[in-house]
Design a protein around this ligand. Structure first.
Ligand code: FES
Length: 271
């Protein structure tokens, strides 16, 4: 790992001290239903991520369903990059979706949610792991070392987030005529929830105030401290923002797809 930047270099993990965890997969002294939360969270995460993958990458090339209709562009395709040379079997969503998916997949909260479900590492707090794990090295070696790029995904995720606000505003003026449609309401709610998710990010919180030794020595530090306090308040509910924004982005895409398929109509007030 000597070729990596200093911020990504990680010390070799210590061996797990003997006797700190029960031995054997699923062995525990816990009496509660510890497996319910990992199973529910992992299942919902898989369904939502699977939907985003299908809709963003497969739906249009395979079935030809439009991702933009009636002035509404699916959030999975924003900003829309669809050069003429793009082959029909490559969805424009592929060119942008890797950013929000990467941001979400490397999120500290989601890691906590899906590691127990996918890797049983550990299956639950104070619950025995599969013996095959041996040394804990999940994020110190490839491919999970890439989880440490979360901060860079945060920077990148501001680009589609900005365009989602633009899309929400533009959806109020299809062909220049103002209207207030259900789609615009869904778009604004979605982008507000996505913004709350991004603004409550642990990496952003650290970036803004995590490295300060003094909160009041200079004017800039006082401003940083105020920002850090606000992000901290949002960060307390990061799990909530993570889930509601995940649902909202799926709902916003589904709304556009259902409109495109003619399954629903678009209620709107035209001015
Ligand atoms: S920690 Fe969840 S988005 Fe950064």
């Amino acid at each position: 790992m000597t070729g990596l930047p200093a911020s990504l270099r990680i010390a070799r993990p210590p061996r797990k001290p003997a006797g700190t965890a029960p031995r054997g997969f699923g062995i525990t002294r816990r009496l509660d239903a510890w497996w319910v939360a990992p199973v529910v969270q992992g299942t919902i995460f898989t369904i939502l991520a699977g939907y985003l993958f299908f809709s963003g990458i497969l739906w249009t090339p395979i079935f030809g369903t439009a991702y933009e209709v009636d002035g509404y562009l699916s959030p999975l395709f924003s900003p829309l990059i669809a050069p003429a040379w793009l082959p029909w079997f490559i969805s424009p969503g592929l060119l942008i979706l890797w950013i929000p998916l990467g941001f979400r997949a490397t999120c500290y909260y989601y890691r906590k949610a899906y590691y127990p479900f996918y890797f049983a590492d550990p299956p639950g707090c104070a619950v025995g792991e599969p013996t095959v794990h041996g040394r804990y090295a999940m994020e110190t070696k490839l491919p999970f070392l890439l989880q440490n790029f979360h901060r860079y995904f945060l920077y990148l995720a501001t680009i589609p987030l900005f365009f989602l606000w633009v899309d929400a505003v533009l959806s109020l003026f299809p062909e220049g005529n103002p209207r207030l449609g259900l789609g615009s309401v869904i778009f604004f709610v979605n982008v507000a929830l996505l913004s709350a998710f991004s603004l409550s990010c642990n990496s952003l919180r650290h970036l803004v105030g995590g490295r300060l030794d003094c909160f009041s020595c200079t004017r800039n530090q006082r401003v940083q401290y105020t920002l850090w306090q606000r992000i901290t308040r949002l960060n307390l509910h990061h799990m909530r923002w993570a889930w509601v924004s995940f649902f909202s982005v799926v709902l916003a895409d589904l709304y556009v797809r259902m409109l495109a398929l003619g399954v629903i109509t678009a209620p709107a007030i035209h001015f």
